[in-house]
Design a protein around this ligand. Structure first.
Ligand code: AMP
Ligand code: MG
Length: 352
């Protein structure tokens, strides 16, 4: 099946889950505790940032789901994409070795990313650009590189290779930034900023590829949003479970099943351990994080995947985030806050 068609089908499945969840919760447009105005629900499945998108919008105004997709594409093209010449990230990487004056937005994003880098003891490392391009695990030609190539790519990474001082960024020559670990989260934050400027929108949920979800406002019946979590070892089958999120919250999932190759029976996935240069092996197959900022949720889920359940706990506490971890033995670990949000839907998994 063509990649795009497959993605559209995936987006439709995400949307159906959202709509079914609404029905399960008994939402009715004319029975709203929020207000008595006429409200419409618009849904849209789309394709942006190389991923399927599902949008559901509750509004007293026009259908602006197409504009939401535009916000996603604009944010990617303006800031995050490492391959599009228009993006600020591309220009930053082009000027490695020289001082670069950042936009206000990018300075804000990088400040948060670098704080997460420090707080995660380097598990989330935005300087892995050369290494992620070498593995190319999300691209056309993923490969298992030679050890020497990995060491070369690691040479200009890590603390000390980047200096951020307000809007001034200086990277060591040869250092390449990759914002893949936080990019969808940044886009989710942009979607919320856009929706906040639309007074007629009462609620919305936007799902980017099943891995980044943002909820806005309150559904007409006052019920919460339920987001499906993929079973890392049965990605086409039934969902592992669902997580409840509230308007203003973000959910991010990082997993070894999202982009990977299998060679000689070994799974090489796209979340790399900055210390070894190889895919992280913390025993975890998937991590889902919920918190009140998109960039942080996204960055945390990647960092937590690298760190594993035990080492990640203090980091999650520091950011007031809830999380669930799935491991190779089909165990599910939940933080205190996640216990109230998570519903397990598969009986071959057990909650620890
Ligand atoms: P996510 O899917 O949000 O967990 O992010 C994974 C993406 O972030 C990868 O496709 C890489 O582009 C990049 N990446 C991989 N490993 C790391 C890491 N340890 N720190 C920061 N970015 C990473
Ligand atoms: Mg991430």
């Amino acid at each position: 099946m063509e990649k795009r068609t497959k993605y559209i089908l995936a987006a439709t499945a995400m949307l159906v889950f959202c709509i079914n969840s609404t029905l399960v919760c008994g939402a009715k447009e004319n029975n709203s505790p929020v207000d008595n105005e006429e409200r419409s629900v618009f849904t849209r499945t789309d394709f942006a940032m190389d991923t399927p998108i599902a949008e559901t919008l509750y509004t007293t105004g026009e259908d602006i789901t197409e504009e939401i997709t535009q916000v996603i594409n604009d944010a990617d093209a303006k800031w995050i994409s490492w391959s599009e010449e228009s993006s600020e990230l591309y220009q930053i990487n082009e000027s490695s070795g020289e001082e670069f004056l950042l936009s206000d937005e990018m300075a804000g994003y990088l400040e948060k990313v670098m704080k997460l880098w420090e707080d995660s003891d380097g598990a989330l490392d935005p300087t892995l650009g050369k290494l992620t391009q070498l593995w190319n695990l999300g691209g056309e030609n993923p490969t298992v590189p030679e050890e020497e190539e990995i060491q070369d790519a690691l040479a200009h990474t890590g603390f000390g290779s980047v200096e951020l001082d307000g809007k001034s960024l200086t990277m060591e020559k040869g250092c390449t930034l990759d914002l893949g670990a936080a990019g969808k989260g940044i886009v989710c934050d942009e979607i919320i900023s856009y929706l906040e400027q639309q007074p007629e929108v009462t609620a919305a949920i936007v799902n980017l590829g099943g891995s980044s979800v943002t909820a806005y406002g309150q559904k007409p019946d006052g019920s919460q949003w339920r987001v499906a979590v993929t079973d890392p070892r049965d990605t086409q089958g039934d969902y592992l479970g669902s997580v409840t999120i509230y308007g203003g919250e973000f959910l991010s999932t990082s997993g070894d099943y999202q982009r990977y190759i299998i060679e000689d029976g070994i799974r090489y996935h796209h979340i790399l351990d900055p210390q070894t240069g190889y895919p992280a092996r913390s025993g975890v197959t998937g991590v889902t994080v919920v918190c009140s900022n998109g960039l942080i949720a996204d960055g945390l889920s990647t960092a937590c995947f690298v760190l594993g359940w035990e080492k990640a706990e203090p980091l999650l506490e520091k950011y007031g985030a809830d999380a669930l971890f799935v491991d190779e033995e089909q165990h599910v670990y939940l933080t205190e806050g996640m216990k109230e949000r998570f519903q397990l839907l598969k009986d071959n998994y057990s909650i620890q």
